[in-house]
Design a protein around this ligand. Structure first.
Ligand code: SF4
Length: 170
């Protein structure tokens, strides 16, 4: 991977409120599921659709095509643009002024995410726990995965603290 291909914190080029509106428009329903099925049945159409998603979301969010889009829970700032690709908040290296440890002078994408979510009244989303990424879906269309229900349960419905997972000891 060349330096230019490395993830770097990206400030989205659209407002969070626009992202939330788009999110509502793209919410799964029977029509989208039918459409996704038709697209997936045609390899060329699927490649075209995936390329269109890549092109638009790279420009808007610095999307890395992880295939399991976390944007609705992160203030519409892409967590995969974090150089460490952390999905559950910033590392311990974020500076006091909010800059990224790896790219000083660039704002940490998790600080951007919080600021955007807070302005849109969605700061509580940042307490939800993102589940591990399924790397087998990397490069695929997150919209198709979303409409087909392949990314359900990407994040918890609460902060997970009320019902922590049991600790298994040998
Ligand atoms: S699909 Fe993955 S990489 Fe792309 S914007 Fe969503 S979270 Fe980021």
């Amino acid at each position: 991977m060349s330096a230019s291909e490395q993830p770097h914190p990206t400030r989205p080029s659209i407002a969070a409120s626009t992202g939330y509106r788009l999110g509502r428009v793209l919410a799964p329903n029977r029509a989208y599921r039918w459409l996704a099925g038709r697209i997936e049945a045609r390899p060329r159409l699927r490649r075209w659709f995936t390329a269109a998603e890549r092109h638009s979301k790279q420009r808007l969010f610095g999307c890395r095509m992880c295939g399991q889009c976390a944007l609705p829970a992160t203030g519409y700032a892409c967590p995969m643009s974090c150089p460490k690709q952390l999905r559950n908040g910033p590392c311990g290296g974020v500076s006091a002024n909010g800059d990224c440890e790896v790219y000083p002078g660039r704002r940490c994408v998790w600080v951007i995410a919080y600021e955007r979510a807070e302005r849109a009244g969605h700061s509580a989303d940042l307490t939800l726990l993102q589940r591990p990424v399924d790397h087998r879906l990397a490069g695929s269309s997150s919209w198709l995965n979303y409409w087909q229900g392949r990314d359900e349960g990407l994040w918890t419905s609460d902060d997970g603290l009320a019902h922590p997972a049991p600790v298994h000891r040998p």
